[in-house]
Design a protein around this ligand. Structure first.
Ligand SMILES: *[C@@H]1O[C@H](CO)[C@@H](O)[C@H](O)[C@H]1NC(C)=O
Ligand SMILES: [Zn+2]
Ligand SMILES: [Zn+2]
Ligand SMILES: [Zn+2]
Ligand SMILES: [Zn+2]
Length: 141
């Protein structure tokens, strides 16, 4: 009886060692799947190539950023200021309110009326009228 118990005990030990070894090797052999970063706007996973990095270093889906930039000033993750101007803010050039349909963003994330920005650039201006950052790279759409 003692012998049987001993064998059973030894068997259990062997089984658990083998199981541990098996689980362990499976763990190290399988490629580690890094969890994909999630977009703070829609909470869906993001894929490289479809991410817009904000200046705080956090990223959103490109399309989600295009919504976010008209509705919220601060990053949802770290609360840093991302969007200097939202619809309803006054245009620095004409002092009329900006609308989503007629505002354009500069590379510094300040926004002006598309029309005001065009006129401003046509006059030869090369810097943001608010923060003086160079406008090179700004698309006026
Ligand atoms: C911007 O759009 C609004 C609403 O359509 C309009 O009332 C306003 O005059 C426009 N401003 C400019 C400068 O385009
Ligand atoms: Zn998203
Ligand atoms: Zn952030
Ligand atoms: Zn304006
Ligand atoms: Zn600016």
């Amino acid at each position: 009886m003692v012998y049987v118990n001993l064998m059973l005990g030894l068997g259990m030990v062997l089984v658990s060692v083998a199981t541990a070894f098996y689980l362990n090797s499976r763990h190290t052999l399988e490629p580690r799947l890094e969890p994909r970063p999630r977009c703070a706007v829609c909470l869906e996973e993001m894929f490289y190539g479809d991410m817009h990095y904000m200046k705080c270093g956090h990223a959103l889906h490109k399309a989600c950023f295009q919504e976010f930039r008209y509705v919220n000033k601060n990053c949802f993750v770290c609360n840093k200021l991302i969007n200097a101007n939202l619809p309803g803010d006054l245009c620095t050039i004409c002092f009329d309110p900006l609308y989503k349909s007629n505002m354009s963003h500069l590379i510094c994330n300040h926004a002006l009326h598309t029309k005001c920005l065009k006129e401003y650039v046509d006059k030869g201006a090369r810097n943001c009228p608010v923060c003086r950052m160079e406008l090179e790279g700004t698309r006026i759409s």
